[in-house]
Design a protein around this ligand. Sequence first.
Ligand code: 5RP
Length: 230
Amino acid sequence: MSQDALKLSVARAALKYVPEGQVIGVGTGSTANFFIDELASIKDRIAGAVASSEATAARLASHGIKVLGLDEIDAPLPIYIDGADEITPQGAMIKGGGGALTREKIVASVAKAFICIADGSKLVDRLGHFPLPIEVIPMAYKPVSQVIARTYGGQPTLRMRDGKPFVTDNGNYILDISGLTIDAPQTMEAEINQLAGVVTVGLFAQKGASICLLGTADGVKTLDFSSKDN
Ligand code: 5RP
């Protein structure tokens, strides 16, 4: 099966977690896009969605799905559904390959459950093969790069698009840190989030996935972390 077919399979499988008549949180990326397209088929059964990026808001709206802000709903959301760049067997994730990590973390933080939808290539024993994204205030990208390289030994790269720094929906830059060995994702998440100029690190470990629907050639596997500490 192609990677897209696996993404579609988990997007479809996620529909059964969507509660009737409620507002849900929706993530960003190619897997989330498959989910949004599937969600369109049951749009009359939900009250709307909170989007984790401008791109997701536009795609939801293009299907006629009502897009709401967090100021318009009574948190918590029942579920947040999103992809991941890497996920461990304990449910800790790297996210932010699409640059939406800050809004993703905000929407996930007000959801009771994080349903991760991912093709099987995203399951890893240890995080760090995928470069770790960090959203930074533009003036801080160099000092943050230096601290990260000194402290963790990774190689920070400023994310570029069309010859210019990539700018997030929040007007910030992204550093991608390659060469990391992440043995203690919860600790690293807390430490990096404390650095001056860091908006959000793309580690989702302190609050990881509740459930992961993993697309494999043998079908969709369900990893349930709801009773575990990530
Ligand atoms: C975007 C994200 C995505 O969830 C992550 O990059 C996975 O994307 P895809 O589903 O395209 O593989 O964190 O910021």
